[in-house]
Unconditional design. Sequence first.
Length: 596
Amino acid sequence: MELTTEQLNIINSVGDIKINAVAGSGKTTTMIEYARTRPAGSRILYLAFNKSVKLEAVQKFQQQGLPHVKVETAHSLAFKYIVTGSKYRVLPQAYKTYDIAQILGLQAQGEKHAEYMVASHINKFITYFCNSDKPRVQDLNYLSLVSDPKARKFVTALYPYIESQTRLLLAKMDKGEIEVIHDFYLKKFQLSNPVLPYDYILFDEGQDASPAMLDVFMKQKAVKVIVGDAHQQIYGWRHAVNSLEKADFQILHLTASFRFGQDIAQLASEILWRKHMIRDHSPVSISGKGNNKAVKVKAVLARTNLGLLLKAIEMVREQKKIRKVYFEGNINSYTYAEEGASLYDVLNLYNGETMRIRDKLIREMRGMDELEEYISKTEDVQLGMMVEIVKAYGNDIPRIIKSIKDKHVENNLKEEADMIFSTVHKSKGMEYDTVQLVDDFITEEKLEKYLNEAGEDDMLLSKLNEEINLLYVAVTRTKNSLIIPESLMPDSFPPSACIHVLEDNPMEDIYEIHKPFQPGGGKKKSPVPVVKLLDLDAIRAKHKDAYKPWTEELDEELTVMYCEGVNIKDLARHFGRSRGAIESRILKLELEDLYG
């Protein structure tokens, strides 16, 4: 294998270095060759981003005759140091809001479900602390993370109580009274100031390092190598930091991508150029060296679970050739919130069928109004998305989801799928022959609008910077061709043989990037989430006929046009309704079963 000059510079380097590597630039190959050329007997640790990357890296190092390179994730390393042989029992998933309220015996504080709102903020505070490099909970200001005005008011009033109960829950974990979460033993690992027995430590995906793990890494005496892409930082919501900026090491670069060709490379560079709208930005040089011609592995990538699910519904129903599908990660993760509530729980609440609700928190709600009030005061974006899906599709949801699951293949048959569906976060580190983007990413027009309102708020500017990163990561997953909505394309950027521009599909009817903040009194402004869902009134305003009753005449007209093969998009235009309304009526009339 012929190495580039950039790769050789890295392999021949000495001392601590950081490598800014563009997408698809062969960083794993470079790290393998770097490890191979270290002195005989060197003890080398390779820190992978997650379990799937770890397993792939183990295989690659072994195939290259380098079994002495130890591959770990931050959590697997911490587990061996803290949990193995200890009193600790690990909870497979994070604690649910309801469980925290029960464990701590939280009491309502003047309004309905306040104990669960407090528990939700405790959960987030623990995540914030465990991923930080601070030694004490009280060294952090959790309120700085709370942006929605209602949530901010709630947390401000109860901050001492939330902080004290956060400390109490962590103390219960530390004493072994309750099971510990994965973030807890990572934090415990950092606070133990471990000395790792390695001569070289290679830290992958350094742009998304937790401050806790970065603190462990920086304190080691080993030669340190950080490799990552500053423009692929997309885990700010998990309190990740860009170690490429934090580490004062010699910087080297990998600017040639072997994944895709020059057209995609140029598009990626143009997207990153939008960062100059936020702050000073140096142009990114990406050289596309890829020449892949295959079109076997096709993927649809979205910014959000909601955007992806809606696109999957549309494509599976419209395109009869899609007989097998695969969702990156567990398919259920797209219908379940992080804390365990399912789409079906929200649907049962919507229908007033309390006895059928499995999630204990949702069961406590007396109706959708109470749930939406809870969402507004806890900033639970995932639950908010579920509410929007339920409002849009109602009781057709079970059949819609079942139709998708019936087509879903197992992990080992992934490459047999006609289409792979994934969010950008779940596609991290993945690559596909052909990628189609859902139009729920930030557009240049919206970016300019929000920046005019954002002022000098660093936190909000960072969020907008990450929104650009998300689109960059999505675009650079392709090895061959890209299908991209017109609204996401840079102005005057020409389509090509491998870049296909789609007429805009108004996904923003369901989702948009909202104003970064709202006035909060005085000179300061109180931030609200950058990501916010529109309510259904906005959808109704745009599609005035979407919620009018269907008549027998309209049903007959829809049936005839469906049998003639008219697609969903054109049906929606003809009837003046949203795609969701058309799909819902097709389900109701069982047209697919009768005439599909």
